[in-house]
Design a protein around this ligand. Sequence first.
Ligand code: 1GP
Length: 248
Amino acid sequence: MKVIDQMLELKNRNEKGLAVLIDPDKINNSKKNELIAACNASHISFIFYGGSLVQEEQANKHIKELKESVNVPVVIFPGHPLQIYPNADAILLLSLISGRNPEFLIGHHVVAAPYLKKSGLEVISTGYLLVDGGVPTSASYMSNTTPIPRDKPDIAACTALAGSMLGHDLIYMDAGSGAKIPISHEMIKQVKKSIDSPLIVGGGIRTKEQLYDACNAGGDIIVVGNAFENDPQMILEFGDFFKSKAYI
Ligand code: 1GP
């Protein structure tokens, strides 16, 4: 089944999913094994793979190994157009609709399109919103865009609505990896109300309370990276949260 259909099915069942973000540059081999073991013992829905730079030359091989070791889809979350790894199940084709940098709205996509086509990857059109998370993040720096102010939920809601009208399959709201403060309940709630497509939320989520808040406000898939890099055992704790549907 296509990854987008799995995401839609999850949403239609009124269930929520956990996506574990793996940035290959940030984890060494022993951490990687611990992370994979925790993913397998936990209740996760997706692995997102990528980062702002990704200098790892063996990424495509790593994804193959990853896919052999876990039983959830591996989805590329690319920071730049060079991150096309055919061994993955799908790629989020991000259009940075919160920004006004044409390269991240369409330029990189034009460059990547023929390679994406050749790769055979499932392409998921994603309206991507960067939101201020209290600290400058790699994503805002590298994309040269200003994040949406965290106290402007109406701007986020209109941006997401426009993204949906433009035909994006998903909306991904991100405070950026390592954000000090996750996206506010109010902003997620307003965005959720303005769209029908699945809503991905991430950035700075480190505690179960923050996880609950993101789900309860309307996030369908919650992405966590940093917290799991620091302590892979947290994947078990967060996975239990989704297994027991503690977000209801
Ligand atoms: C970043 O949404 C992801 O793009 C995850 O953020 O690493 O802060 O969990 P963290």
